[in-house]
Design a protein around this ligand. Structure first.
Ligand code: CA
Length: 362
């Protein structure tokens, strides 16, 4: 009898203890196996700073906000070996999600590049306003519906630098035969001005510049350029014109997203949006910190801006290329017109707000 009483007492103590643990949230349903285990493929390698960190942040938020109901595993390019195959893998459902840059798919559909950035286009606050309130999301959906994929803004680098040059570019003549790594629509613009344009994988950029395979390159800005070491080889660092608001991209397979319960759709959407904004703030911060380091540790680095003559020729080539493509593709024209009209409107506000403030307070 006594043993049975002791056992009952022990059980009561254990039950009370378990209740206390549950009440304190030490053992919550989060410890149960997730109902939704997703995989995300990213263009970036393992440990890639800022871009990769935005993806980690998004996945962590989803896990915590869903109380462990949903988990997203991240596969880097080292694992899936298809840095530029993300859209295909998400479309096929091989991965539920992806993280990349929309303009990497311009060979598949030229209209995807509008959702990253355009030469002489909007700056980041203007572009976010266009995405969320100026019809951008609807146009992006129209393009990505063809792929069975939902696309979302995935983090902004802010205004990118025009690149690292071994020699100063003073006249348009200096562009003739210059070998430069520059992707996207900007590459086509410079190609029209006589530059020999190439695209080289990030991991090979330093060697290509060091060995003279290329004379110049653009990558991002101080946030990511400092660690690449370009400042040791090419001292002329030009200000940007070609990627004023580079937005990365989250992609989600439409069937998989539609099959999620409403609360998880909302959690995932919120986490992606937060991670994107957060990457913009982080990029701005890292650029400021890293530029201060470059200025201090590499006094030979000189900031340059392309001359008005060069900028004017770039604009002319850009306008011509846009007009040629718009004449052949009605959807291209629709998105171009939307961005142009929105920029005209929003730039007036930028002019009397941030621009007016900065020009008198630098
Ligand atoms: Ca770039």
């Amino acid at each position: 009898m006594q043993t049975a009483t002791k056992f009952t007492r022990l059980m009561v103590v254990l039950m009370v203890g378990l209740c206390l643990i549950l009440a304190n949230g030490i053992l919550t349903p989060a410890d149960a196996a997730p109902k939704y285990r997703w995989k995300l493929a990213q263009t970036w390698g393992t440990g890639f700073p800022i871009f990769g960190d935005a993806v980690i942040k998004m996945a962590e938020m989803v896990k915590v906000m869903s109380n462990g109901e949903m988990e997203i595993r991240i596969d880097s390019s080292n694992k899936h070996k298809a840095a530029f195959g993300i859209l295909d893998m998400v479309k096929a459902g091989q991965y539920e999600m992806g993280h990349s840059a929309s303009y990497y798919w311009k060979g598949k559909d030229v209209n995807t590049m509008f959702f990253t950035t355009m030469p002489f286009g909007m700056i980041a606050p203007e572009q976010y306003a266009w995405f969320y309130y100026g019809g951008g999301m609807e146009l992006m959906k129209k393009i990505y519906d063809k792929q069975g994929v939902y696309a979302f803004p995935g983090g902004n680098t802010s205004n990118q630098m025009g690149g690292w040059f071994r020699k100063e570019i003073n006249t348009l003549n200096d562009f003739k035969g210059l070998k430069m790594r520059i992707p996207g629509f900007a590459g086509e613009v410079l190609s029209k001005l006589g530059v020999v344009v190439t695209n080289i994988a990030p991991g090979e950029l330093y060697t290509a510049l060091d060995r003279g395979t290329i004379d110049a390159l653009e990558w991002v800005g101080p946030s990511l350029d400092l660690n690449m070491g370009f400042q040791k080889i090419a001292p002329y660092y030009y200000t940007g014109w070609h990627e004023p608001a580079t937005e990365l991209q989250f992609m989600v397979n439409q069937k998989k997203f539609d099959a999620l319960p409403a609360h998880l759709q909302e959690i995932l959407s919120t986490a992606m949006k937060f991670a994107a904004y957060d990457m913009y703030a982080r990029s701005y911060h890292e650029s400021a910190i890293n530029w201060a380091s470059i200025e201090k540790e590499y006094p030979n680095v000189k900031i340059r801006t392309f001359s008005p003559e060069i900028i004017s020729a770039m604009k002319k080539a850009n306008d011509q290329l846009l007009a040629d493509t718009a004449a052949k593709d009605a959807t291209f024209k629709e998105i171009l017109d939307s961005q142009k009209a929105y920029m005209k409107k929003v730039r007036k506000w930028t002019e009397i707000s941030d621009y007016a403030y900065l020009k008198d307070n630098l």
